[in-house]
Write a protein of this length. Structure first.
Length: 163
């Protein structure tokens, strides 16, 4: 994916974030944002990497803080993709983990949670209509929809290579 600096011509300074595709029975845990950037958007549990924290530790922490879920197997690195929020360019480290136990327990940052197949997410939350809607509100938000689309497509490709 080609990134465009929507903040102007100044040099880029990236903040780091991390997230987890929490898997169960062929579905992924998605959360609807209730505060912060893109209120109403559905995405995976994740957030900013704290100073001195590595992305994997941040991903595990954010997964539990935002959804109450804990990995029941290995946490695998998937990829890094760009986001734009809070006036910054962000690089999100994304991981994949089985989370076969427990219910989604929402933090105050989210208003809803659901287990969706990757194709359901593509068809309902990051399709062309969703891009147009979010892009009309803000080019940064439209960029994030496309980044989340690329992320779920990367997950789908990854899952197809598993035995």
């Amino acid at each position: 994916m080609t990134t465009t600096n929507l903040w102007g011509d100044e040099p880029r300074s990236y903040r780091l974030s991390a997230g987890v595709y929490a898997l169960r029975d062929g579905k992924v845990a998605f959360l609807e944002r209730a505060s912060g950037a893109m209120v109403g958007f559905w995405s995976i549990p994740g957030g900013m990497v704290d100073p001195g924290e590595d992305p994997l530790t941040a991903a595990r922490r954010e997964l539990h803080e935002e959804s109450g879920l804990t990995p029941t197997g290995p946490v695998e690195y998937l990829n890094v993709f760009p986001l734009q929020a809070y006036g910054a360019d962000i690089l999100r480290f994304v991981y994949v983990a089985q989370c076969d136990a427990g219910d989604i327990v929402l933090s105050d940052e989210h208003s809803d949670g659901a287990w969706l197949t990757p194709s359901e997410y593509l068809e309902t939350h990051v399709n062309d209509a969703a891009f147009e809607r979010w892009n009309t509100e803000s080019p940064h938000d439209g960029f994030n929809v496309l980044a989340n689309r690329a992320g779920i497509e990367a997950l789908t490709a990854h899952l197809e290579t598993r035995p």
